[in-house]
Each structure stands twice: as C-alpha cells, then as structure tokens.
Ligand binder design. Structure first.
Ligand SMILES: NC(=O)c1ccc[n+]([C@@H]2O[C@H](COP(=O)([O-])OP(=O)(O)OC[C@H]3O[C@@H](n4cnc5c(N)ncnc54)[C@H](O)[C@@H]3O)[C@@H](O)[C@H]2O)c1
Length: 420
C-alpha cells in the first residue's frame, strides 16, 4: 500500500515557504532547464523516490523537478537540525509528503526515515547514507524494488564505499558528491560561505583579528579557510594527510597539530568527516571563551560527551550557543549542538551552488532509470557527460562563453610526434 504520510511542524508556515522556494528557484537556472525538459519528457514517470536530504528551499526545488519528471516523491530530513519548517510545510502543499521537523529527536529522525522507506522506493536519494544504511540493515525486504540511488555528500560516499568493500551493497549508487561540478563548488564555496554565515548568525562575532582553527583541509576546509581569511581572521589548519597539510601551508595558513592550535584558537571548526577530532585533551587546553563549531556531516567531530564530562554547568545563551563552564572556571561555547552549523544556524548553501549539485542529482536519477538493469550493485561515479553538461549549462546561465579546440589543436593534444 502506498504511503502518503507526512509530519511537519506547522502547515501555516507554507505561504512563507512557498515564497522562499520561489526565490531559491530564481538562483537555480540549470535545475529550471532540467525541470522544463522533465515536464515534457517525463523520464521518471511513475517511479517512487524516497529522498533523505536537508529539507531546505533548494531541496524543495529538486523535489519539484523530480515530481515534474513524473516521479512520486517522499522526503525526510537528513539531519535533525537542518530542516526549514516553512519549506517543509510548502512541500506538503505542493503534494510532496515531507517528514521533517527542525530540532527533532533522534527517535523521530529515524521514524521519519522509516516513513520514507514505507514508500517502497525504486530510487533512493541520500545525504549521509542514513536512508541507505537503514534500508540495508532494518528494511532489507524492500531492496528488491530498488533500481538504484544517489548520494550527495562525502561522508555518505565513504559509508557506501565501505558497504561495497564489505560485499554488502545491494544496488547501484552514484556518488554525486564526487563530481567536480559538485565538490569543487558546493563543498568548497558553499560550505565555505555558509559556515561563516552560520557561525555569524549564531554568535554575531567579529571575524577580523580572530584566530580560526580549521580542522581538515579537504574541499570544505579549503573553502572555509579561504573565506575566514577574507573576513580578516588568521587561519590555522590541522590535518592528518601530508599533501593536504602542505597545500594549506602554501595557501598561506599556519599548520600545526591540534594540541598546539588548541592553546591559540578563538574559534575551532571541524570539517573532516571523522570522529572525536576535538577531544578531551584539546578541550582541556583551550582558552576561556573559545568557540567550537562543526560543519562536517555528523555531530561526532567534537567529542561532546568529553565536553559534558569536563563541565560543571551548561546554559543556552542564544538559540545555537551553549556555554559549558569547566571545573577550572573556563567557558567553552558549543554551537548548534555540534551539528553542521551552516544548516543549523543559517540556511545551508546558497541556491546558486545547489543549482549544480541538484542538477547532477536529477540527471543521475534519470541516468539510473535509463540504464535500469544494466548497472551492478556498485558505487559509480557521475557520468562525465552529466558533469560536463551541468558545467556548460551553468556557464551559459551566467552568460559566459568559452573557446573550443581547433581541429589542429585537437590533433596536437592527442598526438605524441611533435616536440621541441
Ligand atoms: N556542512 C555542509 O553543508 C557540508 C557540505 C559538504 C560536505 N560536508 C561534510 O563535510 C565533511 C568534509 O567533507 P570534504 O568534502 O571536505 O571531505 P574531504 O575528504 O575532502 O576532506 C576531509 C579532510 O579531513 C582530513 N581529516 C580527517 N581526519 C582528520 C583529523 N582527525 N584531523 C584533521 N584532519 C582530518 C582528511 O585528511 C581530509 O583532508 C564530510 O563529513 C562531508 O560530508 C558538509
């Protein structure tokens, strides 16, 4: 039996959500073109999609695109703190059952995932792999219906590759995160800008003159360091991977072990996808007043149980600022309960960058349906033609033209004969 169940905070928020979804759509020209084509070609006709994504105005535009393509879409949140309740309400009005409430407890979070799976998906769309993991572990009887799926973020791709290595992955998945039109822009410029935005909205701090410690110099860390410098902060990078550490040095950041940076930093931001990056020893070393935030996918990057155990009291000073007073009187400020701060305290990535990530998503889902039965239970890269198409459309939406190779240049670049 088909489920049309939804669970949102407040249906009266729908008009405000609609307006913001419309505003986001104006910054998403590539997705709009795909939506127009989908409306005529209906490549997803009758396909049931369960999507576990951050419920934002940008996600609403993706869901509407898939619906326009003929799909029967149900949504649930991919993080308990990232939901925009007005967007969720509007989605329900648009006829897309949505199961997401900002500040939901873990039990509700998983109940919402379960509701999304009751939809008996033929395609899954995930951000962090909680949906796919639940499907493989607790609802494996539903896997027989699934044609394939997509994964939006680095942490999700890491988990799926691990499932694949263990020989337990049961259907094909495309690693949308690993497409250059995704990580080069979304992870770098999207996370860079929106993390600064989230921390600013949470705290109203001045960035100029602050020592900002960025833990992890991957795509998100690079963007974050770049933007923090632009705000006048001095950036210290911590890494475990030598090439990335060297890149951070040459990009003009100080690089050192976190235990040394712990003494110096005013703001610590984790973007590693790893756990307990900021641990007890670091917390014990930090200055009075240090701010701790995370923009990695899960709330495990800062050891919150260690912070709790070192503290004698805790109070919420602002909606996303918890003050922990330690036994020696120092105060540390944890933002957004250690959940990704750009989505908890701000609105996540700007629509203009999600335009590309979600264009990749829509085209990959179309690709999976077109290649139904031909793909194996593996983690696949985004097809190169999809990536190139998204880049071309984005450039064209910005009124930017580029050169093309002459036949002579093409031949030269493919040959080995010509030298000095
Ligand atoms: N907040 C958002 O909106 C958003 C957007 C995109 C990605 N993400 C998430 O952000 C995280 C990072 O993504 P990415 O694309 O930058 O990944 P990435 O793999 O490119 O980079 C992660 C970096 O962290 C480093 N690292 C791992 N453990 C470390 C440790 N203990 N100390 C210091 N460095 C360490 C790795 O060496 C690597 O260079 C992931 O969890 C991803 O899912 C969040």
């Amino acid at each position: 039996m088909k489920t049309r169940q939804y669970d949102i905070k407040d249906p009266t928020l729908a008009p405000a959500g609609r307006k913001r979804i419309e505003w986001a759509s104006r910054q998403m020209p590539v997705l709009k073109l795909i939506r127009q084509r989908f409306a005529t070609e209906r490549p997803l006709e009758g396909i049931r999609i369960s999507a576990c994504l951050h419920i934002t105005t940008e996600t609403a535009n993706l869901a509407l695109t898939l619906k326009e393509g003929g799909a029967d879409v149900i949504l649930c949140a991919s993080n308990p703190l990232s939901t925009q309740d007005d967007a969720a309400a509007a989605l329900v009005e648009y006829g897309i059952p949505t199961n997401a409430i900002k500040w939901e407890e873990e039990v509700t979070y998983y109940k919402h995932i379960s509701t999304a799976l009751d939809h008996k998906p033929q395609l899954t769309v995930d951000d962090g792999a909680d949906l796919v993991t639940t499907l493989h572990t607790k609802r494996s009887e539903l896997i027989k219906n699934v044609i394939g799926g997509t994964e939006e973020t680095t942490t999700g791709v890491v988990r799926l590759r691990s499932l694949e290595r263990a020989g337990k992955l049961k259907y094909p998945l495309i690693a949308v995160n690993d497409a250059p039109t995704k990580y080069l822009f979304d992870n770098r410029y999207g996370t860079g800008q929106s993390t600064i935005d989230g921390i600013t909205r949470a705290t109203n701090i001045l960035w100029a003159g602050k020592k900002v410690v960025v833990c992890g110099y991957g795509w998100c860390g690079r963007g974050l360091a770049l933007r923090a410098k632009g705000m006048g902060s001095q950036v210290i990078v911590t890494e475990v991977e030598p090439i990335r550490a060297l890149e951070a040095v040459m990009d003009g950041s100080q690089v050192m072990p976190l235990i040394e940076a712990a003494r110096l930093g005013d703001i610590f931001i984790t973007v590693t996808g790893d756990k307990n990056v900021i641990g007890k020893d670091h917390l014990q070393t930090m200055k009075d007043g240090a701010i701790l935030a995370n923009s990695g996918h899960f709330n495990v990057e800062i050891d919150i149980p260690a912070l709790e155990s070192l503290s004698v009291s805790k109070q919420r000073l602002r909606p996303f600022v918890d003050e922990y007073t330690l036994k020696d009187g120092r105060r540390l400020y944890l933002l957004g309960e250690g959940r990704l701060i750009n989505l908890a305290a701000a609105e996540g990535h700007p629509a203009s960058v999600m335009d590309m990530s979600f264009a990749d998503q829509a085209l990959c889902l179309e690709y999976i349906v077109k290649n139904r039965g031909k793909l194996e239970p593996k983690v696949y890269p985004v097809p190169e033609e999809v990536d190139k198409q998204v880049a071309r459309l984005k450039l064209s939406s910005m009124d930017i033209e580029i050169d093309s190779l002459t036949p002579e240049q093409k031949e030269y670049l493919e040959s080995w004969e010509e030298g000095t």
